[in-house]
Design a protein around this ligand. Structure first.
Ligand SMILES: [Zn+2]
Ligand SMILES: [Zn+2]
Length: 186
C-alpha cells in the first residue's frame, strides 16, 4: 500500500470513530419527559405555599404550554398559617375515623383554576400537574373546569373519593409514585 492510501484509510477510520462518539455522548444526558418537566415545576411552585400541611403545588398545562400555576395559601391579603397557625377542622368520616384538615387555605389546584378565571384563560382539555393527589373538593372543581388529565407525584391519604369521581367523569389520573404524601397530624 502506498503512503497516501494508508493515510486515507486512517482518515476514514477516524471519521467513523467521530460518528460513533457523537450519539453516545448524547445518550448519557437524561433529558426529562414532559411529565417530569412539569412535575418538577409543580414541586418548585409548591415551595411558595404558606401552610405546612403538604405544601402542594399545581401547574395547569395545555399543548405543552403552562397556563397558570398555584400553591397552597390563605385568600389574598389574609394572614398565613406559617405566621398565625393553622385553622384546623375535624371531619368524622362514615367509618368513624376522624381526619384533620386545615381549612384556612385555598388549595394549589383551586388557585391554578382561579388564576385562569382571573385572567380569562380556558382550562378546557388541560392537564394538571400536582405534587400530590387532589382532595375531594378540588377533584370536583377539576372535573367542572374541563381538565382531562391529572398527573400526581404521590397519593393523598384521603384520595379514594377523588379516584372514584375521576373514573366516573372520565378524567385520567396518573400516580408517578405509589406512595402517600406524609405530613404531621393527617
Ligand atoms: Zn394551614
Ligand atoms: Zn384540595
Amino acid at each position: 500500500m502506498e503512503d497516501f492510501e494508508i493515510k486515507n484509510a486512517i482518515r476514514k477510520l477516524e471519521k467513523k470513530e467521530e460518528k460513533k462518539e457523537t450519539p453516545s455522548k448524547e445518550e448519557k444526558y437524561n433529558r426529562p419527559s414532559w411529565d417530569e418537566y412539569f412535575l418538577e415545576i409543580a414541586r418548585m411552585v409548591g415551595r411558595r405555599g404558606t401552610c405546612g400541611r403538604g405544601r402542594n403545588g399545581a401547574v395547569l398545562v395545555k399543548d405543552k404550554r403552562i397556563l397558570t400555576t398555584g400553591y397552597v395559601g390563605s385568600p389574598a391579603g389574609l394572614n398565613h398559617c406559617d405566621e398565625i397557625g393553622h385553622l384546623m377542622h375535624d371531619v368524622i368520616n362514615t367509618d368513624g375515623k376522624i381526619s384533620k384538615h386545615c381549612i384556612r387555605t385555598v388549595h394549589a389546584e383551586q388557585n391554578a383554576i382561579v388564576q385562569a378565571a382571573l385572567h380569562g384563560i380556558s382550562t378546557k382539555g388541560a392537564t394538571l400537574y400536582v405534587k400530590f393527589e387532589p382532595c375531594f373538593a378540588c377533584a370536583k372543581m377539576i372535573i367542572n373546569a374541563g381538565i382531562k388529565r391529572v398527573v400526581c407525584q404521590k397519593k393523598y391519604h384521603a384520595g379514594q373519593l377523588t379516584r372514584n369521581f375521576f373514573e366516573d367523569a372520565g378524567v385520567e389520573i396518573v400516580h408517578v409514585e405509589d406512595k402517600v404524601e406524609d405530613y404531621p397530624d393527617q
